[in-house]
Design a protein around this ligand. Sequence first.
Ligand code: NDP
Length: 447
Amino acid sequence: MEKLNSSEGCVVHRRAEPEFSREKEGVEGEKGARNGSSTPEHKVWNNLHLLLVSLLLSVFTMLLIDGCAPPAQPWRVFRLKIETLWDWNALGMVLAYTSLQGALYYLPFGQVAEGKIGHNGKRLQYNMNGLYAFAVTLLLLGGLWYRGVFQGSMVGDRTLQLVCASTVVALLLSSGLHLHSLWLPPGQLVNYGKKSNFLQEFALGRVADPRVGRIDMKQFVMVRIGFMGWAVVDLSFLLTEIEKHGAPSIPLLLVVTFHLLYILELLTDEASVLPTKEYTQDGLGFLMMLGEFMWIPYFSSLPVYYLLKRHPPLSVHWAFSLCVLYGLGFLFYHLSNVQKDGFRKNPEDPAYAHLVTIPTNTGKSLLVSGWFGWIRHPNYLGDIMMTLAWCLPCGFCSLLPYLPVMHCANLLRRRAAEIESECHAKYGPAWEEYCRRVPYRLFPYVY
Ligand code: NDP
C-alpha cells in the first residue's frame, strides 16, 4: 500500500488499498483498553458555568440574530410567540440536511484516514470525502434554487426558528448518545474522575469516539454539520439577498467569499483536524453537538446576516484593504499549518532540512525557525486576522457583528495557553527553551 503521509496522530491511505496494519500499536492499545488504564482524567468545567452555557447559548444566539435587524424594528424574541421561535418546516430542514450529510458520508470517493487508537486497540478510520460531499451539497442547493424548490429566504426569514430546531436536534442526538453510553464498559468512556456528575457527563460527553454505522459522529458533526452547515447558511443568506434585491451587495459577497475560502481550506485537508484535542481527548456531549448544529452555522454567519439586514456601504479602497488583511491572514494560517503538519508527519522530509529545531526528551523535535520561530502560534494569528477581515465590512454602527472576532481572539488566546501548558508538561526544558527563543505567543513584540 502506498502510504500518503503518516504521523503519530493520523495516517491517510487510499480507499482502494488494503487496510494499513499497525500490529504493535494495535496490540498495545488493546492491552491498555483491557486493563482500563488507558483513559487519563479529563478536565471538568465549573458546574454553574456549564449549566448556564448549556441553557442560554441558544437564547443568546437568537438575541444576536434579532439584534441584527434595523434599530427601528421591534425585537421578535421578546414577543415570546411560539410561531416566532418554532416552525415544523425549520425542524424538517435541519433533519433533511443532517440526513443528506449522513448519506453523503458513504460516498465512495476520497481517502480513508486513520486517527488515534480506539478503545478496541485499532486505529480509528475516517472517511475523508468532505470535499465531495460539499460539492454535491452545493450542486443540490443550486439545482433546487434554480428549479424554485428551495429559496434562500426559507433560511434568511426563518433563522430564529432554525436556531431553535437545531438546538432540539442537538439535544435529541446527545440524549441518544448519552443513553447508549449507559450500556458501554468504562474503557470506552471519558474519565472525568471524582468530579464527574450527570451535568458534566451529559454536556461534555461520556463517549469519546461515538460511531453510527461507519459514521464517526465527531467528524460528522464538526465538519459536515458545523463547517458545511455554516457555508450553506451563508449561501442561503446570499440567495435571500439576490431574491430581494436582484443581486448581492459587494460587502455581503466579499464576506461569503472569505468564509467559503476558509471552509474549503479545511475541507481540502480534512485529515489535518484529526490530531486536534477535540478528536483525541474530548467526548461528544450536548455542548459539542449544540456548538456544531447551532453555534458554528449561525454565530459564525452573523456578519453576513447583519449585512443582509442593514446594508452598510463599503468603499473600494476599504474593500481592497480588507482583501489584503484576509489574504495575509490566510497565508499565515495556511502556510504555518502546512509546515507544522508536514513536520509532525515526517520531520526527516528534506523540505524541513533548513529549519532549526530543538530536540526533546520524547524523541520529537520542536521547530524554532520558520513560521513557528516567528511567534508560537502563527496559525492562530492568521485565524484572528481572517475573522477580523470578515467582520469589518459591517461598518462601525454596531458592535454586534464584531462578536465573532472577539470570541475567536479570546478562544484562541485561551487555547494557546492550554496547548502550551500541555506542551510544557510533555517536553519540559525543551519547551522552556523554545519559549525563551520565541518569546511572543500571538502578536510579535506585543503578546
Ligand atoms: P495547533 O495546530 O497549533 O497544534 C498544537 C500542536 O502543534 C502542539 O500540541 C504540538 O504538537 C505542535 N507544535 C506546537 N508548536 C510546535 C513547534 N514549535 N514545533 C513543532 N510542533 C509544534 O493547535 P490546534 O490543534 O489548536 O489548532 C489547529 C487549527 O485549528 C489552527 O489553525 C487553529 O487556528 C484552528 N482553530 C480555530 C478555532 C477557531 O475558533 N477559529 C478553534 C480551534 C482551532 P505535539 O504535541 O504533537 O508535539
